[in-house]
Write a new protein. Structure first.
Length: 291
């Protein structure tokens, strides 16, 4: 399958220009590994570089690795720059997500599914509310995510969840509680990232397994940034999020066009288009989302 699909030069330049502008006006005060991140498993496979400004997680045949943020928060914007596992990454899963804890947890997922050399990564996204998911969307990327760092962002506010790649929106999940759709707005979350063995399902539905002769599989991170309403276990964060730049009711006009471009060119799977899965009774929120 052709991965890097051709688009007109004018449209491509327009989208890149808007992404540059969005990046330029965002915060450039980045956290570091020592003050913001806690390695939660696979300590021997977590490596710190450049005085805490860059770090790596590795997967070997005996362990993966993962970290979480020290901060727990209710609403905000988080982003990180990542360079994914190069070469034959089939069966590996590298993640960047928000999650609360417990059986009925909330979660906003970005999972990068590896592939054999020369074949594209897949960005797998999902939304969990009170432990229930089944809201998958999958995308190809319009670049090779293994040759350089790219920015991945999650914006979460009372009105919407928006997932961005290099400043371009790839997915929006709106708050549709008014039509009975659960929305994650009560449980505080942390940032998590990990790399692990997912070869039972990650690549071609599990048909392609990890080739351990290529290990260690290494994902690299830098430019971790959080602009959030910290949660201390009591009180309300409403005064925080009500005045924050990321408290947007919806995407602006330019972002809506960018979202449509991504969906038209790189969307692989959308649960809201899977009529057979839901016996032709699509979830209620599907009538509200972009086509």
């Amino acid at each position: 399958m052709e991965v890097f699909r051709a688009v007109s030069l004018r449209r491509y330049v327009h989208f890149i220009f808007v992404a540059i502008i969005c990046t330029a006006i965002s915060s450039t005060v980045y956290g570091d590994f020592y003050s913001d991140i806690d390695v939660t498993w696979g300590d021997n496979n977590a490596w710190v570089l450049n005085n805490g400004q860059q770090w790596q997680l590795a997967l070997t045949n005996y362990s993966g690795s993962g970290f979480q943020s020290y901060k727990e928060f209710l609403f905000g914007s988080v982003d990180i720059s990542m360079k994914l596992v190069p070469g034959n990454s089939a069966g590996t899963v590298t993640t960047f997500y928000l999650s609360s804890t417990g059986e009925g947890h909330d979660e906003i997922d970005m999972e990068f599914l590896g592939n054999v050399s020369g074949e594209p990564y897949i960005l797998h996204t999902n939304i969990y509310v009170n432990g229930s998911a089944d809201k998958e969307q999958q995308f190809y990327l319009w670049f090779d995510p293994t040759t350089d760092f790219h920015n991945y962002s999650i914006l979460w506010n009372p009105q919407q969840i928006a997932i961005f790649v290099d400043g371009l929106p790839v997915r929006v999940f709106a708050n549709n509680e008014n039509i009975g759709v659960p929305y994650p707005n009560e449980q505080a979350m942390r940032v998590f990232s990990s790399i692990w063995n997912g070869d039972q399902w990650a690549t071609e539905g599990g048909r392609v397994k990890i080739d351990w002769s290529y290990s260690p599989f290494v994902a690299s991170y830098m430019n971790f940034n959080t602009d959030v309403c910290e949660w201390n276990g009591n009180g309300s964060t409403s005064q925080c999020w009500a005045t924050n730049w990321w408290n947007q009711n919806s995407l602006n006009y330019a972002q809506q066009g960018q979202l449509q471009w991504v969906r038209s060119n790189y969307l692989i799977y959308d649960y809201c288009q899977d009529y057979a899965r839901f016996n032709y009774q699509l979830p209620a929120e599907c009538s509200q989302q972009p086509k």
